[in-house]
Structures are given as structure tokens and as C-alpha cells.
Design a protein around this ligand. Structure first.
Ligand code: AMP
Ligand code: MN
Ligand code: MN
Ligand code: MN
Length: 286
């Protein structure tokens, strides 16, 4: 393949299923990806790998490539940062122990969120969010869907803006993984660590550079240059940063389902010229 073909191939390496806060079951997500022209898909549920086996089988049946993925919640200074892991061994003990700890913290956080939302008058919030999660990893998204379904807010965004976004009355902080832990769990399991949607953290250029430098020193190698939740100005900026810091570029819609999406998979732009795709390090065929 030429450089341009490598850059333009339809890799979509950040997406969610019902194993966390996505709306589609893993197999349905894969079917949607295949119908959208995706050639290689990664499933990257929050702090969970439970959807990978189903997705991998579905991808084989649909004739598209599949990469095991995860999106790990990290506290870095005052920021909530997400680190995507790609191509690891899902059975790896250290990785699984780390993710199990994060899920335990999610349960404790959800109970406290439930108490706070009750006090705000939203009866049954925890049970409602749990019912919506239906066994998947419990996320703020499920609380937001509960508030929306009950008519307490008009949009999902409104639930975050008024009640469960950082600093709002239903928000509960959590002791997520450190950056070092997230990168080491991923790399110990044989995977590649990628900074997810860097444009969403509202960091100054100096802070973002510090994050990138620390991440690289820990063994991280990639950054999402194209993300469904980032605009084209951010994409250009992230492409420059990737080149300057010699990070591989990744691309992912961060798709959460038909009613909670920034972009459809088919509409996600390709990587800008000059980026070195993270998939250029992979052994084809996938
Ligand atoms: P959690 O990891 O449980 O704290 O939940 C964070 C998730 O909430 C993210 O992965 C997004 O899917 C979702 N989310 C965060 N902010 C917003 C927002 N403003 N609008 C809609 N969804 C959001
Ligand atoms: Mn999410
Ligand atoms: Mn994220
Ligand atoms: Mn995500």
C-alpha cells in the first residue's frame, strides 16, 4: 500500500457497546461499522473488555478486521483523562486486575451519585441507571439517560451541564487509575497506549505538552488526531502535536449509538497528511 492508502484506509479505533455506555450490543455495533464502510474496528469500552469476544466473532462473520481495545479512566492533575489501549491480550492478569478495581470504584461512585440525585429529588436514580446499564459498566451516561427518560432534562448534554458534569451537584469525583498505571497495564498486556480525544480536556498548550511528555516517558506511543468529538481546528492542532512529539496518530468516532453520537462512523474524516498512523506499526493482514 502507498502512504496515502495507509492513511485513508477505514480504521475506526474508538467506540462503545452495551458493555459500557454504548447503546448497541457488540455484534450490532460491528454490523453498523461494517455497513458504514469501516474496514478495521476497535471496541474500546470504558474500563471493560467484556464485549470483545462477541465483537471479534461478529467482525469475522462480517469480514472486517477487529482490534481488542479499552478506554481507561485516569486522573492526571485536576483532569479526567482517557487512555485508549489497543491490541493487548484481554486475558492479561495485571490489566484485568486494574480494570476490575476501576469497575469497583464505579459502583461506589454510582451509589454516592444515587444518594446525591435522590436529595435533588430524582427518586430511584441509582436503580434507574442500573436498569439502563443492564449489566454493563455503570457510567454517568446511564444517569444522564435516566434523567432524560424521566423528563428531568431535555437533552443528555443538559444532564451533564446541570447535574452530573464536573462541579455540578450530582458529580462525584473518583480515584481513577494514574497515568502510569493505565499505560503500564496496557503495555504489560502487549498493547499500545493512545491519548484519547485530547481536544476535550480544555488544557492549555503547556499542560497538554506536559501530559504528552509524561505519557511518552511512561511508554505511551499514540494520540487520537481524528476523534468524532473534535472539530477540524483541534484535528489540525493534534496532527501538529503528533508530528512534533513523534506520536503515532489514531482515529476513532467514539461512537456511543444512534441517539448519542457526535458523528456517524461514515462521516469521520481521514487522518490529515503527514501523520503516521498507529496501524502502520501493525502486521498486516489484521
Ligand atoms: P463516566 O466515565 O462514567 O464518568 O462517564 C463519562 C461518559 O459520559 C463519557 O464517556 C461520555 O460518553 C459521557 N459524557 C461526558 N460528558 C458528556 C456530555 N457533555 N454530553 C453527553 N455525554 C457526555
Ligand atoms: Mn462514554
Ligand atoms: Mn472518553
Ligand atoms: Mn470513548
Amino acid at each position: 500500500m502507498t502512504d496515502s492508502q495507509v492513511r485513508k484506509a477505514r480504521y475506526d479505533l474508538h467506540n462503545h457497546s452495551t458493555a459500557s455506555d454504548g447503546e448497541l450490543a457488540p455484534a450490532a455495533l460491528v454490523a453498523y461499522a461494517a455497513a458504514s464502510g469501516v474496514e478495521v474496528l476497535a471496541l474500546t469500552d470504558h474500563d471493560a473488555t467484556a464485549g470483545l469476544a462477541e465483537a471479534r466473532l461478529a467482525a469475522a462473520a462480517a469480514g472486517i478486521g477487529f482490534i481488542d481495545g479499552v478506554e481507561i479512566s485516569v486522573n492526571w492533575h485536576k483532569y479526567l483523562v482517557h487512555i485508549v489501549g489497543l491490541g493487548f491480550d484481554p486475558e492479561h492478569t495485571e490489566l484485568q486486575r486494574g480494570l476490575a478495581g476501576l469497575r469497583q470504584m464505579r459502583m461506589e461512585r454510582a451509589e454516592e451519585m444515587g444518594r446525591r440525585l435522590e436529595k435533588l429529588g430524582f427518586t430511584g436514580a441509582l436503580a434507574g441507571a442500573q436498569a439502563l446499564a443492564n449489566g454493563g459498566v455503570l457510567s454517568r451516561t446511564h444517569f444522564a439517560r435516566f434523567l432524560l427518560d424521566q423528563g428531568y432534562v431535555k437533552t443528555l448534554q443538559g444532564a451533564f451541564d446541570r447535574y452530573i458534569g464536573q462541579g455540578k451537584p450530582g458529580y462525584v469525583g473518583s480515584d481513577w487509575a494514574t497515568l502510569a498505571q493505565a499505560v503500564s497495564w496496557i503495555t504489560a498486556a502487549g498493547g499500545q497506549a493512545v491519548i484519547a480525544h485530547p481536544g476535550r480536556y480544555h488544557m492549555t498548550a503547556t499542560k497538554l505538552r506536559a501530559l504528552i511528555e509524561e505519557f511518552k516517558a511512561l511508554g505511551g506511543i499514540g494520540i487520537e488526531v481524528v476523534s468524532g468529538s473534535q472539530d477540524s481546528v483541534h484535528t489540525r492542532h493534534m496532527a501538529e502535536l503528533a508530528q512534533r512529539h513523534e506520536l503515532y496518530a489514531s482515529r476513532g468516532t467514539d461512537y456511543h449509538g444512534p441517539s448519542q453520537t457526535w458523528l456517524n462512523m461514515a462521516a469521520l474524516p481521514v487522518l490529515p497528511e503527514g501523520c503516521v498512523p498507529i496501524w502502520s506499526t501493525w502486521d498486516p493482514p489484521l
